[in-house]
Design a protein around this ligand. Sequence first.
Ligand SMILES: CC(C)(COP(=O)(O)OP(=O)(O)OC[C@H]1O[C@@H](n2cnc3c(N)ncnc32)[C@H](O)[C@@H]1OP(=O)(O)O)[C@@H](O)C(=O)NCCC(=O)NCCS
Length: 186
Amino acid sequence: MSKTEFRTVKSSQTVLKELMVPSYANFGGKVHGGVILSLMDKIAYTCAASHVKGYCVTASVDSVDFMNPVEVGDLLTLSASVNYVGNSSLEIGIKVVSEDFREGVVKHTNTSYFTMVALDEETRKPVQVPGLILEEEPEIKRFIEGKIRKQLKRGHRTEMSKIKAEIDLIKEIKELEDENCRLYKL
Ligand SMILES: CC(C)(COP(=O)(O)OP(=O)(O)OC[C@H]1O[C@@H](n2cnc3c(N)ncnc32)[C@H](O)[C@@H]1OP(=O)(O)O)[C@@H](O)C(=O)NCCC(=O)NCCS
């Protein structure tokens, strides 16, 4: 893929609608979070693959905070856009809303960001993705935010690896006294 290829955000924008059927329910009668995560992964792939016109994998998923429960009988609408592209990675922004037809209530379920990486299907190595044509101010804003999120996540991963490598177990065990855990004698 050459770096001179560019596509608009709109060309890969994706909407997925799914009725929440009884088989999606957990023991509490609400829809399983995992069902929603699976639909989010599906739309993230569809949106990324539409931009790339090729194979992609999910590299990471940002934290997903469920703000409202989803009920059986609700219509779930997921909307996805490419927010940011790097060399081989793409950030896909996903918004999920649920709609209760009977009550006429629409609720924002969650928003999350998936990082997808374009791969060569044979070598499984990351490949260059087309650039983004940013046509409106919100698209420019989302691109900048995606770029910042990528830098922050990279920094967090590096920092966490460093911390894990330097953990002093004896010292940290003493700090566990006020935590909600019970230690077996080591
Ligand atoms: C994601 C994957 C392709 C990255 O491979 P890699 O050899 O580490 O690739 P690189 O270090 O060259 O990074 C390639 C790109 O991925 C991004 N990336 C790699 N790991 C990442 C992570 N954990 N989170 C976010 N982005 C990541 C890099 O920032 C880079 O982006 P850029 O090219 O736009 O700058 C590889 O880890 C993989 O195949 N993972 C399994 C994915 C999968 O199977 N998903 C489905 C799970 S069932």
